[in-house]
Design a protein around this ligand. Structure first.
Ligand code: NAG
Ligand code: NAG
Ligand code: NAG
Ligand code: NAG
Ligand code: NAG
Ligand code: NAG
Length: 411
């Protein structure tokens, strides 16, 4: 009792001490000051709320399900920084391929159904991402990307809708400036030998690293000689507008097709299952998870698909044909020139780069596109979104022509 009394008395003293000057002001100036004070306080709160809401709306119109209280309590800039830190950590992990593939196999294909993170920030990270679907652009290269300058222009202004992953020779040292979209985007890489299973390993490593970010829903594999044929918006809409993957796949009865099948693969793989297709694929998250999860067919290919069988041209097309054929449109989105004879496709140099040539590959023969909902099945001449093989010397003419022909970069 005594203690409580003592306390309340002290508080009373404190109260009167604080309020004394205020009380005297109120007495002097009357209700005019009082109403002014109320007005100023109310106006400030209103203005604060308005600015917060406006800032939120401007920063990303897609995040609409965020509760109001969280935008008032938490610094949005700081949240974005935390997000980026999380992404950098992902790139710098030290998991072995096996550990990485196992971890990825436990992830879900849709970000809404489960969350692998247990921390509060982790959960928010995933909830935020649920609103924005990202496309993962995965570059498989030996060293530097000679056409990086063109890709920089392509990605400009579309931050938040893409992720970049780069697999290089481990001896190559990154040298992108901090302002580059390729800065610090390299994944833990291993040496790749052309025509061996190490090529497929690198593709799976890229897929698995990109799968760690649950907002990535589409995955494009690109080489250092690839260029985009359209602007970001067009490519993003094309990829996210369908449920199907784009994995080249056909039954080639010739020596360069079925001729590469090894009968020792029977009975798990019959020659009638054997498919061939471009290494440069584009896949949905769901199919990417299936590709990472496969060990059974990988082992058979690793053992029996040796030169002149090239695992990167047969493994994924055959696997998808056997197990998930309904998920693919069986065509690649990456144009390449096979018109010249030989084991390697045509390479392009600077005099090749002109509007007539680029438009010829941007709009080719007709192909079928299966869009979501009302769009349905449509026939389009936009069959390819990317093209190869463009040499380093094409960068300058491509940058010059891209605003007019490809639809990005400044005029
Ligand atoms: C929010 O965080 C950023 C970076 O940490 C900081 O620069 C900024 O001043 C903060 N803003 C507020 C209102 O606290
Ligand atoms: C990986 O890094 C973690 C710390 O980040 C460390 O505890 C672990 O021992 C490392 N594992 C390997 C195989 O280096
Ligand atoms: C992208 O290209 C399409 C078709 O050419 C065009 O309609 C659209 O305005 C372009 N978008 C941007 C952001 O430039
Ligand atoms: C395997 O291929 C042979 C032709 O080589 C065909 O007769 C047979 O039906 C195929 N078996 C299966 C299970 O597809
Ligand atoms: C792709 O090929 C498979 C057979 O491997 C077929 O079942 C499927 O319908 C084809 N998809 C499209 C979109 O044509
Ligand atoms: C695409 O997938 C979504 C979600 O899985 C499904 O609701 C929708 O029906 C599918 N659309 C088509 C055209 O298959």
């Amino acid at each position: 009792m005594g203690i409580i009394d003592h306390k309340s008395k002290k508080e009373e003293e404190k109260y009167s001490m604080i309020s004394k000057p205020l009380r005297s002001i109120l007495l002097q100036k009357g209700s005019y000051v009082l109403s002014s004070l109320f007005f100023i306080t109310g106006f400030s709160i209103g203005l604060f709320l308005f600015l917060q809401l406006k800032a939120l709306h401007m920063s990303t119109t897609t995040i609409q399900h965020q509760p109001l209280w969280s935008t008032l309590l938490f610094n949005h800039t700081r949240m974005m920084e935390i997000k980026q830190e999380l992404q950098l950590q992902v790139l710098q992990h030290n998991m072995s391929d096996q550990e990485l593939f196992t971890k990825v196999s436990s992830l879900s294909s849709s970000p809404s159904s489960s969350s692998s993170s247990s921390s509060w920030f982790g959960r928010r990270h995933n909830n935020d991402e649920k609103m924005v679907v990202k496309v993962a652009f995965m570059f498989l290269t030996g060293g530097r990307l000679p056409l990086a300058g063109l890709w920089e222009k392509f990605f400009e202004g579309h931050e938040g809708f893409y992720s970049i992953y780069v697999h290089t020779n481990p001896s190559f040292q990154d040298s992108y400036p901090e302002t580059s979209v390729f800065y610090s985007r390299r994944i833990p890489s291993q040496a790749v030998y052309w025509g061996t299973s190490s090529m497929v390993d690198a593709e799976k490593r890229l897929l698995a690293n990109a799968l760690l970010d649950e907002s990535n829903q589409r995955f494009v594999l690109l080489s250092d000689s690839c260029i985009p044929l359209f602007n970001f918006t067009t490519i993003y809409n094309y990829l996210t507008g369908t449920n199907l993957s784009f994995i080249g796949s056909f039954d080639d009865p010739r020596k360069s097709g079925r001729g590469r099948y090894n009968p020792k693969m029977y009975p798990q793989i019959n020659v009638t299952h054997w498919r061939k297709g471009s290494q440069w694929f584009e896949t949905t998250r769901e199919l990417a998870l299936h590709i990472i999860a496969d060990t059974k067919y990988y082992k058979i290919f690793d053992q029996y698909c040796k030169t002149p069988c090239y695992m990167d041209e047969h493994y994924i097309p055959t696997l998808v044909h056997m197990l998930h054929s309904e998920m693919s449109s069986n065509r690649t989105l990456t144009w390449v020139d096979w018109s010249r004879a030989g084991p390697h496709p045509g390479r392009f140099i600077w005099p090749d780069v002109n509007d007539e040539f680029l438009n010829r590959i941007r709009f080719t023969e007709e192909c079928v596109y299966y869009g979501h909902g009302d769009v349905g099945k449509i026939v389009t001449s936009k069959c390819f979104l990317f093209a190869r093989k463009f040499t380093a010397e094409t960068l300058e003419p491509l940058l010059r022509i891209s605003p007019l022909i490809l639809g990005f970069g400044s005029v």
